[in-house]
Ligand binder design. Structure first.
Ligand code: PLP
Length: 296
């Protein structure tokens, strides 16, 4: 982790006091140095929000959509509103400080802070991404797992925070381990009433009859920045796109499937529940070339 760069924000939200009134907007910290307080609610309750942003040749990608989602997630958790100018500045600073590398990522984290302090804790770090090529070129095996919620959970039970990018990823990581136990690389969540939702850390896109289709974003899933940019790419290429309710039968009938996310970008799905699927590798390559050449 020596090539990780870390900055801690002094005032992650203008709606809460700064940690140190005389300090700069952010402070550089040695990544390996202990600085997170043990009573921080992010650590003890997973009570906070985060974003993971792709960085290509030092440029953070889809930065504004990531910042907008960070603010939306914070609002869903009743956290003080992140100061997007301060976060943008800190993200750009860590990206600029990173040793030159083609693909990296920056992670922003804002927690509710130390219990009782009323001051959120915020930090940004960046590090090289590691080799993402195998998933992009050989594809990934997924298994479907029941998430245990209906597709309308966001409306019926907003306190479950489905659709917010919270720090509580223990469930997602458990699903990933279950997928691995079943011999797959990732899991695809399905609602109790039979609708396809999202991966553990990615959105699903299907090629159906020449269109690119993704599950509607009002069904308790994250609205993906990568998926949105892939739709932008498709529309520029004259490929129709749509947000729909998709069932497992729709997936079976699809011509090709991908999981899309920051860092990994487009990973074609080579099997679902052990059944081999055709992959559209030329399209995958075009999508990944587009994603990795985004100017913003
Ligand atoms: N869905 C979940 C649950 C995720 O954790 C992520 C990314 O981390 C995504 C979807 C994809 O979002 P993005 O493309 O903005 O990285």
């Amino acid at each position: 982790m020596t090539d990780t760069v870390l900055a801690v924000l002094n005032q992650p939200s203008r709606h809460a006091d700064p940690h140190d009134p005389s300090a700069d907007a952010y402070t550089w910290v040695e990544p390996l140095e202990e600085h997170l307080q043990v009573q921080d609610l992010g650590a003890i309750r997973g009570d906070g929000v985060f974003e993971t942003i792709t960085v290509v040749d030092g440029r953070p990608q889809a930065l504004e959509p990531h910042l907008a989602r960070f603010v939306r997630s914070a609002a869903m958790l009743d956290l003080p509103e992140p100061d997007v100018d301060a976060w943008r500045q800190a993200i750009e600073a860590v990206c600029a400080r990173l040793d030159p590398v083609h693909e990296a990522f920056a992670k922003t984290v804002m927690t509710r802070g130390v219990e009782g302090s009323g001051r959120p804790t915020g930090w940004v770090y960046a590090a090289p991404s590691g080799d993402q090529t195998p998933a992009r070129t050989e594809g990934i095996a997924v298994v479907t797992l029941d998430r245990g919620y209906r597709h309308d959970v966001e409306r019926t039970s907003p306190w479950l925070l489905q659709g917010a990018k919270t720090l509580s990823y223990a469930v997602n990581m458990a699903a990933l381990r279950e997928a691995e136990r079943r011999g797959a690389d990732d899991a695809l969540f399905v609602s109790t009433d039979g609708y396809v939702l999202e991966g553990t850390r990615a959105n699903l896109v299907a090629s159906i009859g020449g269109r690119l289709v993704t599950p509607r974003t009002d069904i308790g899933i994250l609205a993906g920045t990568t998926q949105a940019d892939v739709f932008r790419f498709a529309e520029a290429e004259g490929i129709a796109t749509s947000y729909e309710l998709l069932t497992l039968a729709d997936l079976e009938a699809a011509d090709a499937l991908w999981l899309l996310s920051s860092v990994r970008q487009a990973a074609p799905i080579r099997s679902v529940n052990g059944v081999a699927r055709g992959m559209d590798l030329p399209m995958t390559e075009r999508i990944n070339d587009f994603l990795l050449s985004r100017e913003q």
